[in-house]
Ligand binder design. Structure first.
Ligand SMILES: Cc1cc2nc3c(=O)[nH]c(=O)nc-3n(C[C@H](O)[C@H](O)[C@H](O)COP(=O)(O)O)c2cc1C
Length: 398
């Protein structure tokens, strides 16, 4: 996603400046083109040499260099897809909010028309200062993206608000800033992900191998494309993209309840979760004791979520996922008809690098019209994008 994106990182004079080095390294590893500019104060905290070595390019520290300067700040302002101020001091934020341009960083920002992301980091009293808050609000009102600081231990040893946001969140903001296609703006998308767990007794459960990666990828791409996304997930270790409204559930019944609760005003439902079809007929209140005899489990059917969602569907687009090991296409088409789906994503679990637990997938997209698209092995993010392209086509027609 960050491949070939041009990013100027502006480092200012805060103690979190050392974290900018890790961030720059991450962006470069993601194939972005990165240049670094620093305020004079920032050079007290970390050497320009560190960034020069990481990026392979000269660092802009001086508005009036001894030789060969010219209007470098204008060149730097025109070059990037986004500018990322990380960390951003209270001082630099105050200057930018009031239109000041007195060093290489503030002058470049003043001249820049690309999105500017600001990652404040400071002591908790500085952060709570009403004048600081006014300046931060001014930035927000003027279209700057602010990655709000977190709460935790600060460099001064105190605990409170003002800590630089986690790097994952900052990277999410960069992805948001460089994503030009915002075709889902104003749309509400409900996504489900992950497995469901059904208790057998207090220590055991029936589950499945779904990791949640596919549903989390759909949620991320939909959010990046401007949708308001709600993600309902079963137990999963995946991290939700910043801004996605996340609800965690355990069981198929809880997932059904959560979907029914959120469904009413959604434009799109994408059910990527692997929901249990059967659950234990009863849950033992005590751990089931081992014995030499066979243990037979009685399983009962769960209520099908897509089937339940079909009544009252109206104009809403419904996308289901299907995983079959035989007669895949006829079974999936039958499922599509039965559950009134608009699209069905047919997983092929027998392909290498596809299905559960991996970052890639090999799928066929079936349309209600009978059209079939078989895609090569793609990352789950790319699969998510293609599914959303198909959804967008349907939304446009309606
Ligand atoms: C040890 C030390 C740590 C500092 N940490 C921060 C900080 O985390 N956030 C902040 O806003 N200012 C911090 N300051 C104050 C800034 O360095 C100071 O306001 C400076 O003028 C910022 O300049 P700049 O915005 O041009 O980089 C710190 C100062 C010192 C001496």
């Amino acid at each position: 996603m960050l491949q070939d994106k041009k990013i100027v990182v502006g480092v200012t004079g805060g103690i979190a400046a050392y974290k900018a080095a890790e961030l720059v390294r991450y962006l470069i590893k993601s194939a972005a083109h990165v240049r670094v500019m620093m305020t004079p104060a920032a050079t007290h905290f970390i050497s320009p040499l560190t960034f020069e070595t990481l990026t392979g390019h000269a660092v802009l520290t001086d508005l009036f260099p001894a030789a060969g300067g010219g209007t470098l700040h204008i060149d730097w302002a025109r070059w990037p897809d986004t500018v990322l101020l990380c960390p951003a001091t209270a001082n630099t934020i105050a200057k930018i909010a009031n239109g000041l341009a007195d060093n290489a960083v503030t002058t470049t920002v003043a001249a820049c028309t690309a999105p500017v992301i600001v990652c404040p980091a400071m002591n908790k009293e500085m952060y709570a200062n009403p004048l600081y808050q006014q300046n931060q609000n001014k930035l927000l009102q003027n279209g700057y993206l602010v990655v709000t600081p977190g709460q935790g231990e600060l460099a001064c040893g105190e605990v409170g608000w003002g800590r630089l946001a986690e790097l994952d969140e900052i990277v999410d903001a960069v992805k948001t800033a460089v994503t030009v296609k915002k075709d889902f703006t104003g749309k509400k998308v409900l996504v489900t992900a992950g497995p469901t767990y059904e208790a057998l007794d207090p220590v055991r459960y029936l589950g499945n191998r779904s990791s949640g990666k596919m549903g989390f990828a759909v949620a991320e791409r939909a959010a990046l494309r401007g949708a308001q996304v709600t993600l309902i997930t079963g137990p999963s270790h995946e991290r939700a993209f910043s801004g996605v409204s996340l609800q965690r559930v355990q069981t198929a019944a809880q997932m059904l309840e959560a979907v029914e609760k959120h469904l009413v005003d959604q434009d799109v439902l994408i059910m990527a979760a692997a929901v249990s079809d059967y659950i234990p007929g009863s849950v033992s209140p005590q751990k089931i004791k081992k014995s030499d005899a066979e243990l037979l489990l009685r399983l009962v059917r769960t209520r099908d979520i897509l089937q339940a969602a079909a009544s009252g569907k109206g104009e809403r687009i419904h996308v289901g996922f299907s995983l079959e090991t035989e007669n895949e296409i006829p079974y999936s088409l039958h499922k599509m008809e039965q559950k009134d789906l608009d699209l069905i994503v047919l997983n092929n679990p027998l392909e290498p690098d596809a299905g559960f637990e991996v970052d890639t997938n090999v799928v066929t997209l079936l349309h209600r019209s009978g059209q079939q698209e078989t895609w090569p092995k793609l990352s789950k993010l790319e699969v998510a994008d293609r599914i959303l392209d198909a959804v967008q086509n349907l939304l446009t027609v309606r």
